[in-house]
Design a protein. Structure first.
Lengths: 423, 166
């Protein structure tokens, strides 16, 4: 009865476009009322989720990403990527992909990555004869690395929900991010071969050196963050705070950051954090309620009996999360479904770090799949290409991402090699 | 009507400025905790606690601002395929149900805030009511902005009903 009420009302509320946080909160409140539990528990749970120091990494990494995209740093990263790969076939497409991966190491979200790199790449790609449709598909797909290459908001949320070390998750995300980046570079080369695009000239080693020096300070930031976290110097939250400070210093050194930009960056980061945390808080109430009703345990037992073994279980998880990613915001999905899918994964002996990477890659792919891929919306806004048209061009990218997903799922060393090396 | 809109605009702006100022304070305190941990090799308890409390307030008020800007994550794909009349009904219904949720939590939050008043926070030694108060205050603003949203959803022409947000 309680289970039916909670899940029935949750699904109904989501279908009529209630905010996901409201759907989670109201369905939990109904469950509490039926169970005769005082609603003060709900009010308390809403707040206690927030009262956590590790979660503070989220607003600060979001802020760091916003500062980096206003401070002219995305342009410097693009120039450096351009000197490396700009002269190859489909060079500017490759620049967009590589530049996005560089930016992903400064920012924890796909949306920020697409906005920052797409905004810089759109005009030059159009000038060189890329179809706007292809440009839109490439910059949207390239953004997928945003939440896989550390820092990553999804990995922080997964770590907070499960208690798995965020530092280990970050380290584990690095190689999968590089694999995805390389596979997209290969696809870009293949897809642009016949487009008859004018090439840019190779700037030579001096060109690479000059653009590297110009991009040196932004490129140094992920090195500081990651080595700080693994060297045991910072916690992930402290690293996020340092990232903001670093972004401010670099922005002012380059004289590309005005006070007005800074206020806007703070304002945007407040809104993005509020959206994530509003869901996280309601999910805190929801997760508590379903746990005291033993629901994750029963779902886990059921899934375990259906799947029988880890290989089939991971396949089912992948299919399910890809579907969820198509219709639901990634941060919301990781918070809601981790607590349900995690216990069964543990009972099959799947590595908790690997499982976190699998969940994040799935939901990141969801940001480029229709109908609700946030990367598609942003790429469409930048390039003025309607979403339906981007979708017809982006399918090969989604295909490649699915192959990457299978490799990451069934070949654990891709994620775990670095963790074992440094752990 | 114009007066109400102006009042709500001003409320939103005030909340937004308060959120940004809290965030700036969180950042400054955050730098202080990191620096202190390096210099005296032990972290001070009170900045870490204050950061968390500011964060709670920032998220409570920021959620209300996000509601007014219509940026909260939602699944719009079903509603956008409905014919005009049921679409409007679904959207108005979801906003009204949202108000029910906020109101229930508002009441529970006020009770909770009164109950925790005697509790004192470990480091700052302030009443926990200052912290828990963020819940009812946030809910009150969410209700205020939801009421405006319902009014708009009832009046807006069919074509503009889904034009905002994502």
């Amino acid at each position: 009865m309680v289970t039916a009420t909670i899940f029935g009302s949750l699904i109904l509320l989501m279908l009529i476009r209630a905010p996901i946080a409201v759907a989670l909160g109201l369905s939990s409140v109904l469950g509490l009322i039926i169970s005769g539990i005082d609603l003060q528990i709900a009010a308390q749970r809403l707040l206690s989720t927030n009262n956590s120091f590790p979660l503070l990494a989220i607003p600060f990494f979001i802020l760091a990403g916003e500062i980096m995209s206003t401070g002219g740093m995305s342009r410097r990263l693009v120039n450096f990527a351009g000197s490396l790969v700009g002269h190859l076939t489909g060079g500017l497409g490759a620049v967009a992909i590589l530049g996005s991966s560089f930016f992903a190491a400064l920012s924890g979200s796909n949306a920020a990555t697409v906005a920052a790199i797409g905004g810089v790449m759109n005009a030059p790609m159009e000038e060189k004869g890329y179809r706007p449709q292809y440009t839109a598909a490439a910059i949207a797909a390239a953004g997928v690395t945003g939440m896989i290459i550390p820092p990553s908001i999804l990995l922080i949320l997964y770590g907070v929900v499960t208690g798995v070390s965020i530092a280990d998750l970050f380290l584990a995300g690095l190689l999968p991010g590089i694999v995805i980046c390389l596979s997209m570079l290969a696809l870009n080369w293949f897809m642009t071969r016949r487009e008859g695009i004018e090439k840019t000239e190779f700037q030579g080693l001096t060109g690479i050196w000059d653009s590297f020096r110009a991009a040196f300070l932004p490129l140094l930031m992920p090195v500081i963050i990651l080595s700080g976290i693994y060297g045991g110097v910072f916690t992930p939250t402290e690293a996020a705070i340092v990232a903001v400070l670093y972004g401010l210093i670099v922005g002012f050194i380059y004289r590309e950051l005005t006070l007005k930009d800074l206020y806007k960056a703070f304002q945007k980061a407040v809104l993005s954090s509020a959206v994530v945390m509003f869901i996280m808080n309601s999910a805190g109430v929801f997760a508590w309620l379903i746990t005291i009703n033993q629901i994750p345990q029963s779902i886990s037992a059921y899934l375990a009996s259906v799947a029988g073994g880890p290989i089939l279980y991971l396949l089912l998880v992948n299919i399910f999360l890809l579907f969820v990613g198509c219709i639901m915001n990634a941060a919301a999905a990781v918070v809601i479904f981790t607590s349900i899918l995690y216990p069964a994964a543990m009972s099959f002996g799947i590595d908790p770090i690997l499982f976190g990477i699998i969940v994040s890659v799935n939901l990141s792919i969801g940001t480029v799949t229709p109908p609700l891929g946030v990367d598609l919306f942003i790429a469409s806004a930048i390039t003025k290409v309607p979403i339906e048209k981007i979708v017809t061009t982006i399918w090969p990218y989604i295909g490649v991402l699915l192959i990457d997903l299978l490799i990451i799922t069934y070949f654990p060393p891709v994620s775990l090699f670095l963790v074992q090396l440094f752990g | 009507m114009q007066v109400i809109k102006k009042f709500l605009d001003l409320t939103e702006l005030t909340l937004s400025v308060v959120c940004v100022l809290s965030f700036v304070a969180m950042f400054v305190l955050g730098i202080a905790t990191v620096v202190f941990r390096f210099i005296i090799e032990s972290s001070l308890a009170f900045p870490a606690e204050l950061i968390r409390y500011l964060f709670i307030w920032m998220i409570s008020l920021g959620s209300a601002v996000a509601l007014r800007r219509n940026v909260h994550a939602a699944i719009g794909v079903v509603v956008s395929h409905l014919p005009a009349v049921p679409r409007r009904a679904a959207l108005v219904g979801s906003t009204l149900l949202g108000i029910v949720f906020f109101a229930l939590i508002l009441v529970a939050g006020i009770k909770l805030t009164m109950r925790v008043q005697p509790q004192i926070s470990p480091a700052l030694e302030i009443s926990m009511a200052w912290v828990y108060g963020a819940v009812p205050v946030g809910m009150a603003f969410l209700i205020l902005f939801s009421l405006e949203l319902v009014a708009r959803q009832l009046k807006a022409p069919d074509a503009e009903l889904l034009a905002d947000g994502q």
